[in-house]
Design a protein around this ligand. Structure first.
Ligand code: XMP
Length: 310
């Protein structure tokens, strides 16, 4: 089926399902939720309410940039500040799975659940794609966005019906539909960014201060590598510390890891052979951040490593 025919079919399907009711959706800026937003808006216009939840763990300027990009497309998005709730839920947690669970629970059970109830919407447009369903059903990875396929009846549990326009597509298909919908290349070709966001780039506790640091390091890595044709690149903050010297004084400072990998589908990955001068430049900029006196480049392939540290 062509992209145009797919778009037409899904727009009609959304209209038929929602009738004259209201629908809601959460936009993260990733390609799946962006395509859902554009499809939902095309089908329902003002009867779709799109929310961007600022969960405190997004990259520098990301919430504002995503809202502005959609405003430019004529699609209004409401920015919801839930930073305090998420930081409260993450306080004291160091275990990777507990951190993920806290983010999922805060999003679905607290913040977004409340917003859906307040909106009066009876339909939630959700960006589930085929790979999410397959991996969850096969027990490989419990994707945070899988509900119906696990037998959860959202009408009874949460009071809304799920609409999943992308559930027959894989990522490459979603990217094609994004382009056909007129979404900018920055969205259609966006580098993967995990749902639990910068919480997966902080080993140990996620605090406001540690987020500030990893956010700045991430901005440096993204700026330096933005033209690199690779799968993914980012910075990670460790809990370990290292001895260094600054202004002639001994300093026990933070360690930032830079990761840049080639991969097709994230199942396997290899470190990219970046030019040495580029690595030196990234290192120089990162150790200029307050309290950071060591920057390392990770050469480990997946397996045995994973791409992220958390
Ligand atoms: P790993 O670290 O498992 O990552 O090798 C594989 C790919 O998945 C992303 N990733 C996640 N994405 N929720 C997500 O939506 C998560 O909890 C999560 N953990 C890792 C990671 O960025 C990489 O692209």
């Amino acid at each position: 089926m062509s992209c145009a025919a797919f778009i037409q079919q899904q727009v009609e399907e959304i209209r038929k399902t929602v009738g004259d009711g209201l629908a809601i959706n959460a936009l993260s800026g990733g390609v799946d939720s962006s395509v859902c937003t554009a499809l939902g808006h095309r089908a329902l216009g003002k009867r779709l309410k799109t929310l961007f939840v600022d969960n405190a763990i997004m990259r520098e300027g990301e919430p504002q940039a995503v809202v502005a990009a959609f405003r430019k497309l004529g699609i209004p998005v409401t920015l919801v500040d839930a930073r305090a709730e998420f930081l409260g839920a993450l306080k004291g947690l160091t275990d990777p799975e507990q951190k993920r669970q806290a983010i999922t629970d805060t999003f679905y059970a607290k913040v977004f659940g409340r917003l859906v109830r307040e909106s009066g919407a009876k339909f939630l447009i959700h960006g589930t794609i085929l790979t999410d369903i397959e991996e969850t059903v096969a027990g490989i990875k419990r994707q945070h966005n899988i509900l119906t396929q696990l037998g959860i009846k959202t009408e009874e549990a949460y009071g809304y019906t799920l609409v999943e326009p992308l559930k027959t597509l894989r990522k490459d298909g979603v990217r094609k539909v994004a382009k056909a919908l007129g979404l900018p290349a920055s969205i259609a070709n966006r580098m993967p960014f995990p749902g639990p966001a910068l919480a997966t780039r902080i080993v140990g506790e996620v605090t406001g201060e540690r987020l500030d640091l990893v956010r700045k390091a991430t901005a440096i890595v993204e700026e330096e590598l933005k033209t690199a044709k690779v799968f993914q690149y980012f910075a990670t903050l460790l809990t370990d510390k290292a001895t260094g010297i600054r202004n002639n004084r001994r300093e026990f400072g933070d360690i930032i890891v830079v990761r840049c990998v080639n991969s097709v589908d994230a199942r396997e990955a290899t470190a990219t052979r970046l030019p040495w001068p580029k690595l030196e430049r990234i290192c120089r900029r990162i150790v200029a951040l307050p309290g950071v006196n060591r920057c390392v480049y990770d050469l480990t392939p997946k397996p045995p490593a994973t791409i992220e540290y958390v």
